[in-house]
Design a protein around this ligand. Structure first.
Ligand code: IVH
Length: 684
């Protein structure tokens, strides 16, 4: 391909990928499958590797995080980032609105109300529509520059959308992590023996304050815009931003996500109603919010009201009561996870907390208990965030009974009695055959993170392991309906669903799901996909060295060691043999099940000559849409994709009368099909 064509292709790919990021992360309305997205991404990454002169700091490929920084540079904000005055109840709200009305001499004032997000305040700056800088709020005047980390925030536009783009734009907003993503992150941290975060705000702040952007990239952060700093337009578009609502609509049009549920309220009373409604909905919202921010909607009135030394006179943060309460810690139960981690769980005197009765809360790990000195019999403060499992925060020392003894963390696994060993922050059971691990491993294997076998219930997995019917994930494929029907409580319909889920996985599961389902430490969906794209099957992965594994994108020494150790163990090899015996052995190119058919389903491709991307990438692009790959020319081949200097294969293909196409025609075939991608997370 000529450089001009490559340049155009790269620009097109960047635009496409950013459009799909926006559809997925901001609008919650994806148009293509993950596989199609991955194919676009890989093609772009391939071209960028081959043509370094086309480098661009705002390419979507830069979102994975670049080189670590040495430290943070202070950044002086052009306009101060003010704080907010707080109101603790509706009385405070009504006295605020009276003050506002009096000051501007007007009774009916419209307000813009949005949730007060509990995250990290941030300013992001765009010049000529391109993201150039990000800085934390700091003390409002001087913050820290964190551009490299903010680039990894998937819903932040790197290039502004639409035609009317300002010359200069400063957007203020909050960096947040959803409750679900937070719970999953803490779970991963626990399993890996790393420090857990106390709440989503700390997790967001900790991730942004990482020197290594790769770490930030691995944390599911989102940016929600709620206001602006400087804005400069070349034409008069600014005059349209005369209200807070217009600003927010404008930000939305430029590609920003804004806080959910935000709206105009026609009166102070409507704000009060909004506050009550949001307070009720609070626990079910995807993000932690700690109140409502009400802002005078008319920006001219905002100017007129002005600022105190600390906060605007035109806005008030109406805070919700805290989602915390005290109760008694009755006992500490130890749960054993998939990788053998012993997780302490507090058994509490049941208490009501924001409409839910709480009787259990996590104590995270041994270190967490020791640092805070939690003892059985203590009165403790607990907190609930959204639908996340509650946490024990602190102890009330004044209420400690004299008899309370320091907690001694078990030295043995409570399930199999084998020795437990400390590993970072975690304590692990050392027995590889511990039944608790087996249960969790099988539950992970069938979960959405693994083979996604809906119909195989957790309770039943537990029962089947207890009764020695299941001893490893492989044995699922040996199950027969009669094994299930022996249980009185198992109905015919449930047994059928159970068996159907297994049959479906057997037929359709792609290699990456199989790899992800094995629950190898540090191997999540992304790494599983990388492995599945480069190896034919698990045997192929078993035979490579750690060094070869490290050559793969995204695989560092820790992941390589973990994969290698897992593959080398005799137990793993025995399990693999069992999988094969039972006829379950996905290989590369196993079709990924997606709803509906894909454009290249059943079509066989062969790639020859020098292509604009690596041959393995071209093959992956075809496979992503259901295409098969052949290494040899035969009548079975549907398309011969010929690059430059394609040799003898072309003559042979012509002889057989096969269709010979160039790479561009091939990418044209890929671009035509659109599919809905299933959302699994509440993404903004
Ligand atoms: S408006 C001049 N709106 O709250 C107005 N702030 O207590 C300044 N915050 O540091 C802020 N959600 O980061 C505004 N919907 C929202 C907000 C919000 C969270 C944070 C903000 C600020 C802090 C002030």
């Amino acid at each position: 391909m000529a450089l001009k064509d490559v340049t155009e292709r790269v620009a097109l790919l960047r635009e496409k990928i950013e459009r799909h990021n926006h559809l997925y992360y901001v609008q919650d309305a994806p148009e293509i499958s993950d596989a199609e997205y991955d194919a676009l991404f890989r093609e772009l990454a391939g071209l960028e590797a081959e043509y370094p002169e086309l480098d661009d700091s705002n390419s979507p490929t830069k979102r994975v995080g670049g080189k670590p920084a040495e430290g943070f540079t202070p950044y002086e904000h052009a306009l101060r980032l003010y704080s907010l005055d707080n109101g603790m109840d509706l009385d405070a709200w009504y006295s605020f609105t009276e003050r506002v009305s009096k000051a501007v001499g007007q009774q009916n004032i419209e307000y813009w109300a949005d949730p007060k997000m509990d995250g990290l305040a941030m300013e992001v700056i765009y010049e000529q529509g391109r993201f150039v800088r990000a800085a934390t709020r700091g003390d409002g005047l001087i913050g820290e520059e964190v551009t490299h980390n903010m680039r990894t925030v998937m819903n932040l536009p790197l290039v502004l959308r639409g035609d009317a783009v300002p010359e200069l734009l400063e957007v203020r907003g909050e960096v947040v992590m959803s409750n679900r993503d937070f719970a999953a992150l803490n779970h991963r941290q626990e399993e890996a023996g790393n420090k857990v975060f106390a709440n989503p705000r700390n997790a967001a702040a900790g991730s942004i304050r990482q020197l290594d952007p790769k770490v930030a990239a691995s944390r599911p952060l989102r940016f929600l815009g709620y206001g602006i700093g400087r804005v400069e337009w070349t034409d008069g578009s600014a005059e349209e931003w005369t209200t807070q609502k217009a600003v927010m609509d404008g930000l939305k049009d430029l590609g920003f996500a804004i806080p959910p549920e935000a709206k105009v309220c026609a009166s102070s009373r409507e704000v009060a109603e909004y506050f009550e409604v949001l307070k009720e909905q609070r626990a079910g919202l995807p993000f932690e919010i700690d109140g409502v921010v009400a802002k005078v909607n008319d920006r001219e009135l905002q100017e007129e009201l002005g600022y105190t030394a600390r906060a605007p006179r035109w806005a008030l943060a109406l805070k919700f009561p805290a989602l915390q309460t005290k109760t008694r810690l009755n006992s500490i139960r130890i749960q054993v996870g998939r990788t053998g981690v012993l997780t302490p769980v507090a058994e509490l005197d049941p208490v009501e907390l924001a409409g839910v009765v709480v009787s259990k809360a996590t104590l995270h790990n041994k270190g967490y208990i020791e640092e805070r000195d939690f003892r059985v019999g203590d009165t403790v403060l607990i907190q609930r965030a959204g639908d996340v499992i509650p946490q024990v925060l602190s102890v009330d020392l004044d209420a400690r009974p004299a008899s309370a003894e320091p907690y001694v963390f078990p030295t043995h696994c409570p399930v199999c009695q084998s020795a437990a060993k400390e590993d970072g922050e975690a304590v692990r059971c050392t027995n590889p055959l511990c039944p608790a691990k087996t249960v969790q491993r099988i539950i992970h294997f069938v979960s959405k993170a693994g083979l996604d076998m809906e119909g195989v219930g957790k309770k039943w997995v537990q029962k089947l392991v207890e009764d020695d019917v299941l001893t490893s994930p492989a044995e699922l494929f040996a199950l027969e309906k009669t094994d299930l029907l022996k249980y009185e409580r198992m109905g015919d319909k449930s047994a059928e669903n159970f068996m159907a889920a297994i049959a479906k996985a057997r037929k359709e599961a792609p290699l990456w799901r199989f790899i992800a389902g094995l629950g190898i430490r540090h191997v999540g969906e992304q790494t599983a996909k990388t492995l599945a794209a480069d190896f034919d099957d698990l045997d192929a992965i078993s035979t490579v060295t750690r060094e070869e594994l490290q050559d793969l994108d995204d695989v560092g020494p820790i992941v390589a060691d973990s994969v290698s150790d897992f593959m080398q163990s005799a137990e793993t090899q025995a399990m693999f043999d069992r999988f094969k015996e039972l006829g379950f052995w996905p290989t590369r190119g196993t079709k990924e099940p997606v709803s509906g058919s894909r454009l290249l389903d059943g079509k066989v491709f062969i790639f020859t000559g020098t292509l604009p991307v690596k041959r393995s990438e071209a093959q992956a692009m075809a496979e992503a849409q259901g295409g098969g790959i052949s290494k040899t020319i035969s009548k079975k081949v549907d398309y011969v994709v010929a690059g430059e200097k394609a040799g003898s294969k072309i003559a042979k293909a012509e002889k057989l009368g096969l269709e010979i196409i160039d790479f561009e025609t091939f990418t044209g075939l890929l671009g035509q099909k659109k599919e809905k991608r299933q959302m699994t997370l509440l993404d903004y």
